[in-house]
Design a binder for this molecule. Structure first.
Ligand code: GTP
Ligand code: MG
Length: 300
């Protein structure tokens, strides 16, 4: 299982030596260190507007006391307090629709979440509603069988909306706690595919009042800030309620996570830290900021 510190190594490596190296210079109000710090933030794919705001605060503060703790608190304040996501607040079964562009990590995320919920004592059901790709449903079914999680699988070429309807009804009959619906990848620019997603959503509503209770988009962290523009289109189309960031471990642009809430008004629910079945964690502002700043950032 990968840690946040390991997973954010590539983002930190973008800045030779990492952020911690710059701290002594900031503490001494060294203008070169300040410029380097600003460039480092931009290189990590943080929105320039946010970097501008931070730099103003940092410049006001440099040379006065412990910069590391000041910066850590400033970065943490971007996020709401860590409360985590609670299935218990939802009716049974809670229906979670997992959406996103091609290859973003939806199927892997659905499987990892299924395992996580099962470990937490819930009864999950994985619904393979990617009927578009021949291997789509098969891939989730393989995960489900390996993890020992219940599943409903759609036929290749079948109607994804029908699979969603059937899987929610199956979840009710089998007394599942949560139905995790894996959908086919779609480009946000392809209108007919986005309409199909709306149809999938309506099928969930028809199967169970109030469903889907959550609709998440999986954002590939290797795309950095570009992933945010995709999410905007999905949000307009299907009323997203949250974000899962995948592949944080493979990304050097992890800084985009700082802009998700401000630009999309959506919480980051979970983060994928690797390809393994346990490499998913509830989003934690403290873990993210410490991973971003590097070893030693937490103590000061
Ligand atoms: N390193 C890393 N790889 C990941 C992570 N999540 C997914 N992947 C990899 O990303 C690739 C695509 O993952 P899938 O889950 O198949 O993506 P998808 O969104 O379902 O793809 P489509 O259904 O084709 O749209 C796979 O090779 C996964 O192993 C992660 O958190 N870290
Ligand atoms: Mg998939």
């Amino acid at each position: 299982m990968k840690s946040w510190i390991q997973a954010l190594a590539k983002t930190r490596d973008r800045i030779a030596g990492g952020f911690v190296r710059l701290m002594p210079g900031l503490a001494k109000a060294d203008p070169v260190a300040l410029d380097e710090w600003e460039r480092a933030l931009i290189a990590a794919d943080i929105a320039p507007r946010m970097v501008g705001d931070w730099m103003e605060e940092v410049r006001r503060r440099v040379g006065r006391g412990d910069m590391r703790e000041f910066i850590r608190t400033m970065l943490m304040s971007v996020f709401p307090p860590d409360v985590g996501f609670s299935l218990a607040l939802h009716p049974r079964p809670a229906v979670i629709l997992i959406t996103g562009v091609n290859g973003s990590g939806k199927t892997t995320t659905a499987a990892k979440l299924g395992r996580r919920f099962m470990k937490d004592g819930f009864a999950p059901l994985l619904a393979a509603a990617d009927t578009f790709r021949a291997a789509g449903s098969h891939q989730l079914k393989t995960w489900a069988d390996r993890l020992g999680v219940d599943s409903v699988v759609g036929q290749h070429g079948g109607d994804a909306a029908a699979v969603v309807f059937d899987s929610i009804r199956a979840g009710q009959a089998r007394k599942s706690d949560v139905v995790l619906v894996d959908t086919a990848g779609r480009m946000h620019t392809r209108q007919p595919l986005m309409e199909e997603l709306q149809k999938v959503r309506r099928a969930a509503e028809k199967a169970m009042t109030g469903a889907p209770h959550e609709c998440w988009i999986v954002l590939d962290a290797t795309l950095g800030h570009n992933a945010v523009s995709q999410a905007r289109v999905f949000k307009e189309c299907v009323n997203l309620t949250g974000v899962v960031v995948s592949k944080l471990d493979g990304s050097s642009k992890g800084g985009f996570v700082f802009s998700v809430l401000r630009e999309l008004d959506l919480p980051v629910r979970y983060v994928g830290l690797g390809e393994g079945e346990d490499d998913i964690q509830p989003f934690s502002a403290a873990a993210f900021v410490d991973g971003f700043l590097g070893e030693g950032a937490a103590e000061s």
